[in-house]
Design a protein around this ligand. Structure first.
Ligand SMILES: [Cu+2]
Length: 98
């Protein structure tokens, strides 16, 4: 009955493939950030965004007053991102949707 013994292997492969398919690719959103007045502000904004679970990368542009955030859409939402900067004293809003 070798056939039955190893019959689970194709099934296992299917389950693993489904797992990969369900993991959504990272998304990138751009936020307009208020209140950035000095060179330290972008660092605070960056740290606030990186504290949001699911955020993978953050780039804050002090001159443009924007933050570009790459995040895992399974864990983070753009609402959480704007909330994160707002809680740190820098209200933001979404200007480029993922
Ligand atoms: Cu500052």
């Amino acid at each position: 009955m070798r056939h039955t013994t190893f019959g689970f292997l194709p099934l296992l492969g299917m389950l693993l493939n489904v797992g990969v398919a369900l993991a959504a690719p990272p998304q990138t959103a751009t936020l307009a950030v208020e209140n950035m007045t000095c060179g330290t502000c972008p660092i605070v904004v960056k740290k606030a965004l990186e504290r949001v679970p699911g955020v993978r990368a953050t780039a804050v542009d002090f001159d443009k007053k924007t933050a570009t955030v790459t995040f895992d859409p399974d864990k983070a939402t753009t609402a959480r991102l704007t909330q994160g900067t707002t809680d740190a004293g820098f209200p933001s809003k979404l200007i480029a949707k993922p």
